[in-house]
Design a protein around this ligand. Structure first.
Ligand SMILES: C[S@@+](CC[C@H](N)C(=O)[O-])C[C@H]1O[C@@H](n2cnc3c(N)ncnc32)[C@H](O)[C@@H]1O
Length: 354
């Protein structure tokens, strides 16, 4: 029905259709105020904005990418995006000189959008045409991700050769989560999004955070290539995340701690965003003396000492277990051991006191 309205095209018809469709469902929504709801309906009830919402339903997009897909001017699209953001239907995620937009998936706005998307025939024009243009944008992303990686691939391969095969470490991570389903997984320092891909089958939703726009470009391309629909990434600092307290049941930190000046800040932040009873997985190098990694890879710390990890977890109120250790290949004179730690946020005060 809504697709017909879009095809017929007048704003008035579209608004009426949307309002009619959503009216029944409002009784089941916890909305913040009638004014807010009216603004949201007005914002969604415009053909271009509905197309923007349908595109964002498929993943986060930057303004420039929407300009390319919808073939409309940047000021015009920025105006539409502002309207959607102010109305609470869309979230604005600045990333360096870029700004990405994300359709809300939670709360009243998430429920309204879910109702709209359920009603739209997204396989018909104009939505299907937009999806074709979206594929081109994703290809461009994949090319810039490849270009970035071809610049650093040699350094990464050199590092990888120094430690236990990654596949075995990934298997150990999978062994930690097998048979479980998590509502929300957060990957701090997601880089290329490898952990999001690995853990996607175990999560209703997951989100990766990283400071580097280049890494996030690669992560988006990888998630798209792997057809991972339940994972998103956004820019941010792992020691001060934008995530709500007690919102994740699994947090993973894979090869990130050794980059940080104060890793304890990350542990405190992970404890904050974990739900009571939630779990933290940390994978990092054991202490080593390969000094060249400071220069060539930007490592701040030459591995993580077990005593430090115990202190940081204790300060953060997390219960840490002894790590699993993976020694480097025996063929190497100098290699790196990898440690996998598990820590849990106590489920209640008695558990915390124990
Ligand atoms: C070696 S990569 C690991 C990436 C990923 N976890 C993996 O194992 O494939 C380290 C990542 O941490 C990110 N990083 C370092 N410090 C950060 C910070 N303070 N906040 C967010 N990301 C950070 C880097 O940009 C980089 O992508």
């Amino acid at each position: 029905m809504l697709a017909d309205c879009v095809a017929r095209g007048t704003e008035q018809i579209l608004r009426t259709c949307l309002a009619k469709h959503i009216k029944d469902r409002l009784y089941h929504c916890m909305t913040s105020s009638p004014d807010q709801l009216v603004d949201a309906l007005k914002a969604a009830g415009e053909p271009t904005r509905l197309r923007i919402l349908a595109l964002l339903h498929r993943g986060d997009l930057a303004v420039g990418e929407l300009v390319h897909i919808l073939d409309q001017s940047q000021p015009r699209l920025s105006h539409h995006l502002k309207t959607l953001t102010v109305a609470g239907l869309v979230e604005r995620l600045p990333e360096g000189s870029w700004v990405f937009y994300r359709a809300q998936s939670k709360g009243w706005a998430g429920r309204i959008l879910a109702a709209v998307f359920a009603e739209l025939d997204l396989d018909s024009p104009p939505f299907s045409d937009d999806v074709e243009a979206l594929q081109q944008v994703r290809q461009t992303r994949a090319h810039s991700a490849e270009a970035y990686f071809s610049g650093i691939a040699e350094d990464w391969d050199r590092l990888r050769a120094l430690y236990y095969p990654e596949a075995a470490i990934e298997q150990a991570i999978l062994d930690q989560v097998k048979g479980e389903q998590f509502e929300r997984i957060v990957d701090l320092g997601t880089g290329t999004g490898r952990m999001l891909t690995l853990l996607a089958p175990f999560a209703a939703e997951s989100e990766g955070l990283d400071l580097s726009h280049n890494m996030l470009t690669v992560a988006r391309a990888n998630l798209n290539r792997g057809e991972i629909r339940n994972a998103r990434v956004r820019q941010g600092d792992v020691t001060a995340t934008p995530f709500e307290s007690a919102s994740a049941d699994l947090v993973i930190v894979h090869q990130v701690l050794h980059y940080l000046e104060q890793p304890e800040d990350l542990l405190t932040e992970a404890a904050r965003i974990l739900k009571p009873g939630g779990r933290l997985l940390v994978v990092d190098f054991a202490p080593h003396d390969l000094d060249f990694l400071r220069e060539s890879q930007g490592h701040r710390r030459l591995g993580i000492r077990e005593e430090d990890m115990a202190d940081w977890s204790n300060q953060a109120g997390l219960a840490l277990q002894a790590p699993q250790k993976f020694d480097p290949p025996a063929s190497l004179d100098q290699g790196l051991s990898v440690l996998i730690w598990t820590a849990t946020r106590p489920a209640n005060q008695q558990e915390a006191a124990a």
